[in-house]
Design a protein around this ligand. Structure first.
Ligand code: ADP
Ligand code: MG
Length: 223
């Protein structure tokens, strides 16, 4: 088992550029999409081309959306929140995606977890990213184990363990870097955003992974 402590990289420059560029791209993209849909409705000719164009535009929109999330990580709205509620919400949100792949989300939450000062919207983004990655790495019939507990050290731990593909060292070394992805349809932004959010919360992300066995991402937050 390969285990390492992860300290999120400081990505302020990337974050600021992301915000600027993403905003600028968004408007022309929306207009582009509108006109393609208009053309599509006007004639049946070139239908296949239009739908390819729309798919590609959707893809750009998706990347921009992830980019904007990154930019937003610097604006925290801290409030005393129940991350147990946040975790449960996230699990129900991703339940359909899991069921489609016949993957079970097994949740175990200890009942001694206090509310903590954090931005629950941002933490939810982290939970979504980690569970989605787990689902994507796991074959049909697999399980994602989700655990939440408190330690003596006044920390809350959230563990996401899948029995999926696992990662070799050369992948482990690069995850969380901008645009690093091994997926055909990936953006390589999810972990970068997640690390940044946890870093802003003075927390840590630990990863352990074994090829063919699976992966655990552990988010540790101070109370
Ligand atoms: P994306 O999901 O768009 O590829 P991420 O930043 O979320 O971007 O993840 C980066 C890469 O980290 C993934 O492409 C994958 O190779 C690896 N990865 C992340 N989570 C897991 C996991 N649970 N199991 C195996 N590989 C993972
Ligand atoms: Mg991802």
């Amino acid at each position: 088992t390969e285990e390492r402590l992860r300290k999120a990289e400081t990505l302020n420059v990337v974050g600021e550029m992301a915000a600027g560029v993403a905003h600028e791209i968004r408007n022309p993209l929306t207009s582009l999409k509108g006109f393609i849909q208009l053309l599509q409705n006007e004639s049946k000719a070139h239908e296949a081309y239009y739908s390819i164009i729309l798919n590609e535009v959707d893809r750009i929109e998706y990347i921009i959306k992830e980019f904007l999330l990154l930019a937003k990580t610097d604006r925290q709205h801290i409030e005393k929140s129940s991350l147990v509620v946040t975790l449960k919400e996230t699990v129900s949100l991703l339940q359909t995606q899991a069921i489609l792949k016949n993957i079970e989300l097994e949740v175990e939450i200890e009942d001694n977890i206090p509310d903590i000062d954090c931005d629950p919207f941002q933490i939810k983004q982290v939970f979504i990213n980690l569970i989605k990655n787990g689902i994507e790495a796991t074959d049909e019939g697999g399980t994602i184990f989700i655990k939440a507990f408190r330690t003596e050290k006044n920390q809350v731990h959230f563990c996401f363990t899948d029995n999926g593909s696992g990662m070799p060292n050369q992948v482990l070394d690069r995850i969380g870097k901008p645009f690093y992805t091994t997926k055909e349809e990936g953006t390589g932004l999810g972990l970068m955003v997640s690390y940044k959010i946890i870093e802003n919360h003075k927390g840590t992300v630990r990863v352990s992974s074994e090829v063919g066995k699976g992966t655990t991402f552990e988010v540790i937050l101070p109370i």
